[in-house]
Design a protein around this ligand. Structure first.
Ligand SMILES: [Zn+2]
Length: 119
């Protein structure tokens, strides 16, 4: 994630942490002081964790997506071919089922009415 103060990039060590920060990114913009949670010595004066020319694929995630529910996993697959969509996002349910679209979500909730009631 990018620090609002120094514009440097900091690697977030876990998906859970990343989702916690992302959920509140508008109210609480990310900055190097959050890095103190896992790397206490890092400040805005330190060099960036990753630079933009290292050949990695870059994608900016949509801010404020709610945290993935407990037991679920959120995955992003980048598409290599040219297309209108750059990446696919899908969720894996606690039972291992892949949910890729709103249609899948509706179908999942039909099959699992207990889940729908809790939402
Ligand atoms: Zn910073």
């Amino acid at each position: 994630m990018q620090c609002r103060t120094c514009q440097k990039w900091r690697v977030v060590p876990s998906k859970l942490k990343y989702e916690q920060i992302r959920e509140n990114i508008i109210q609480v913009p990310f900055s190097c002081k959050y890095v103190h949670g896992w790397k206490p010595q890092v400040t805005c004066h330190d060099p960036t964790d990753i630079s933009e020319d290292n050949g990695m694929a870059w994608a900016i995630d949509i801010p404020c997506i709610p945290q993935t529910p407990l037991g679920w996993e959120r995955n992003i697959t980048l598409r290599s071919e040219q297309g209108t969509r750059f990446a696919d996002v899908y969720y894996i349910s606690p039972a291992g089922r892949k949910v890729r679209s709103m249609k899948d979500v509706e179908r999942y909730l039909e099959d699992n009415p207990d889940y729908a009631a809790r939402l």
